[in-house]
Design a protein around this ligand. Structure first.
Ligand code: SF4
Ligand code: SF4
Length: 709
């Protein structure tokens, strides 16, 4: 990661105005979004949006032609091009042919994408933004930091300074007063402008209409007062049928700003009369800029299902910490990373793709049903394909791909780490490793890994067997979690097998784009785990479970190892996470836990992979309650803890504040124990609590349940 980029991250995190504004907004957004969607089947709604938008993406050519025909029949002039330069030239030519001196604009990300304002201004045309947020950033000489709320990073005090300069009068930071100043300043501009430029939220092929949604009504003035109106629309805004507008209108305001309706919805179909009786000169530009190429890409075509609501930004734990400007000049957040890789170039996404911690929060709320984290992983894979792996990573993966060498090195690290260990923690590391223990202690590597301890565990024989997939953390750092799991399964009548050939699940390699390495790990694990005659393959690590259940298959698909897919599917069918299997045993009456509420108060942290990929969140809570623990919910219980595998080591400046927020939320419950189902989260949160000096115990659910048999 480039140093300048790292510096921009640090600068953003140190900007308390930015983190304060975004933090407050994201907290309120979650609550309000939930209210806005009350009574609506979100899954059904987004299913319909995904369907209609993916149909459009698959038929862009036909829909563009139909749109052109219909819009031209109503008097519009339609210009279609793939080239942003041609868009700029077209707009300038219309302006010059008509002697345009001033332009008013309503908010349009497409015009940002082609850097239209500086281009027109260089040609001597004055361009005025009329959306309040856009006007603020125009005055500040900045670019939007958010797709829907471009000036969200600025405080009212900063805005009052800007407005004071503009109107040459010292203004207070009273918001209604500032809004009035904006209104008074902008009104005459609409009346004086020679040309209006807008974007378009939707373009309807059936009728040739464009749909514009705003909360301030400025788009109405931009498109109706000047005699010339140019609408710049990305072709991904096309939909086939007029009736489908309502479907998008239902989701867009709810997802964007948690409103039931946008204040102003304008549907423009063809030319309209000006006040002097002449007809408006209406131009609609359908801009491609690699969207058709994207539509032809089997992975990235789903990104065209985006309705630009920015919900993915609003729930992203990274975005709320660093804001939008770190992502570059135009599109921001997770979807912005994907759009930058396409509309700009893959290389431009090299640094920003690393910001995603793969928590999956955006995928859950996206009304276009886009798997944003998966597409970001695909960007990583393509970057590695294009540029190769950095030398250091190559060396690490060469070790990880050789199980015996890898495990031998972990054993050696257990001995080498002893001088730095205090009990079960490494609190300080020397030299260049010192950063790794900043704000979080690391677990000392166990002197006897689980695989060695397993040989000495005596189990009752049973016909029903499960293979235990430990994963690196339980095997080498937390073997006691593995022992607890065996104790519970044995009580439920299941005998546990530990296939010794198992190795790293490949998640670290996959999340860094090294799919070939991940595929090698997958092959080794499939061979080890399918070699046993067992009913289940169980894991107490959600990241590993997701790898075994889903990612081995998709990794083989990506690298073209289709011969291994049937075996990966067979493994997937047997794989189950710990809480789901234990809950099943309890429900079937095969396993009983000590009941009563004497076990005390605890709180529960949802691990990202367990909650959002495996859809397991009620099960561990029910088990803990059944076992006599009183579960008290913490604020943002399902927000990422900042671990993200190697993320916490690559971007400690981001991981650390996320962890601090999690520690605060845990401590505020007053519970003396926090439970979770992921050894990675245990490592992060336990290490954080240790450095914090807090007395809260951090335990895996498996350890808590084993005490209540
Ligand atoms: S997966 Fe998480 S970190 Fe990545 S873009 Fe989505 S919300 Fe942000
Ligand atoms: S990716 Fe999804 S959540 Fe993000 S802006 Fe697009 S539609 Fe909205």
């Amino acid at each position: 990661m480039d140093n300048t980029f790292k510096e921009s991250i640090q600068k953003a995190i140190n900007n308390s105005n930015l983190t304060g504004a975004l933090g407050k907004f994201s907290e309120a957004y979650k609550v309000n979004r939930e209210k806005a969607y009350q009574g609506i089947d979100f899954e059904e709604l987004r299913g319909r949006i995904a369907e209609l938008k993916s149909f459009a993406a698959a038929n862009l050519e036909e829909l563009s032609e139909r749109f052109t025909q219909k819009a031209e029949a109503c008097g519009a002039k339609v210009f279609r091009t793939n080239d942003p330069a041609k868009v700029r030239e077209y707009i300038l030519k219309v302006a010059q042919d008509n002697g345009v001196k001033t332009v008013v604009k309503s908010k349009s990300m497409a015009t940002e994408e082609i850097h239209l304002n500086p281009y027109l201004e260089k040609a001597g045309i004055s361009v005025g933004e009329t959306d309040l947020g856009e006007w603020i950033i125009q005055l500040a000489g900045q670019t939007p930091s958010h797709m829907v709320m471009p000036a969200i990073h600025m405080t009212k005090e900063e805005v009052s300074d800007l407005f004071s300069k503009e109107v040459n009068e010292r203004l207070s930071s009273d918001i209604p007063r500032l809004v009035k100043v904006a209104r008074d300043e902008l009104r005459p501009r609409f009346l004086e402008a020679d040309m209006g430029i807008s974007g378009g939220n939707i373009a309807v092929a059936e009728t040739g209409s464009i749909v514009l949604m705003t909360n301030e009504g400025n788009a109405r003035l931009v498109t109706s007062l000047p005699k010339i109106h140019i609408a710049l629309v990305g072709i991904e805004k096309l939909i086939a049928n007029y009736a489908d507008v309502a479907t998008i209108l239902k989701a867009l305001p709810r997802s964007a700003t948690a409103q039931l309706l946008t204040s102003y919805v304008s549907i423009i179909t063809g030319q309209t009369p000006n006040t002097d009786g002449s007809m408006k000169d209406l131009h609609i530009i359908l801009m491609d800029n690699r969207r058709s190429e994207m539509a032809a890409d089997p992975k990235f075509k789903q990104a065209l299902q985006c309705i630009r609501c920015a919900s993915c930004l609003n729930v992203c734990p990274i975005f709320r910490l660093v804001g939008g400007h770190v992502f570059g000049k135009v599109y921001t957040g997770g979807i912005g990373t994907i759009l930058t890789a396409w509309f700009d170039e893959l290389k431009k996404s090299e640094d920003i793709q690393g910001l995603c911690i793969q928590c999956g929060a955006c995928r859950d709320v996206c009304p276009g049903k886009i798997d944003i984290p998966e597409l970001i992983m695909e960007i990583r894979r393509r970057l590695v394909q294009e540029k190769g792996l950095p030398l250091i990573q190559k060396a690490i993966y060469a070790v990880v791909n050789n199980r015996k060498l890898f495990h031998g090195m972990l054993r050696a690290a257990s001995i080498a780490g002893k001088p730095f260990a205090t009990g079960k923690f490494l609190r300080h590391l020397p030299l260049f490793l010192a950063d790794l223990t900043d704000g979080r202690s690391l677990p000392a590597i166990a002197s006897e890994p689980f695989r060695d301890r397993f040989r000495n565990i005596r189990q009752p024989k049973s016909q029903e067997k499960a293979a235990f997939y430990a994963g690196c953390l339980i095997d080498f750092a937390y073997p006691e979690m593995g022992e607890a799991l065996i104790k519970i399964l044995n009580s439920g009548g299941i005998e546990v097998i530990f296939p010794e050939g198992q190795t790293c699940c490949g998640a670290p390699a996959r999340y860094n784009g090294a799919y070939e390495v991940a595929a090698d790990n997958a092959v080794d694990n499939i061979q080890a785990l399918l070699n046993e005659d067992v009913k289940y393959v169980i894991s107490a690590c959600p990241t590993c479970t997701v790898a075994l259940k889903h990612e081995f298959i998709s990794t083989f698909e990506s690298v073209g190892l289709s011969g291994w897919i049937p075996k990966a599917k067979a493994l997937s069918a047997k794989t189950v996470d710990f809480s789901t299997l234990i809950k099943k045993l309890v429900d079937e009456g095969r396993l009983s836990l000590k009941e009563g509420d004497e076990a005390g108060k605890i709180t529960y942290h949802d691990s990202c992979h367990l909650k959002r990929t495996l859809k397991v969140s009620a099960e561990p809570r029910e088990l803990l309650q059944k076992a006599g623990y009183q579960v008290t919910e913490m604020f943002e219980c399902d927000t990422c803890c900042g671990m993200g595998g190697s993320y916490s080591m690559k971007l400690p400046e981001i991981s650390a504040p996320i962890l601090q927020r999690k520690l605060k939320n845990i401590k505020e419950t007053g519970a003396p124990v926090v439970a979770m189902d992921c050894p990675g989260c245990v490592m992060q949160i336990r290490g954080g609590m240790d450095q914090d000096g807090a007395v809260v115990k951090v335990l895996h659910t498996v350890e808590l349940l084993a005490e209540r048999l």
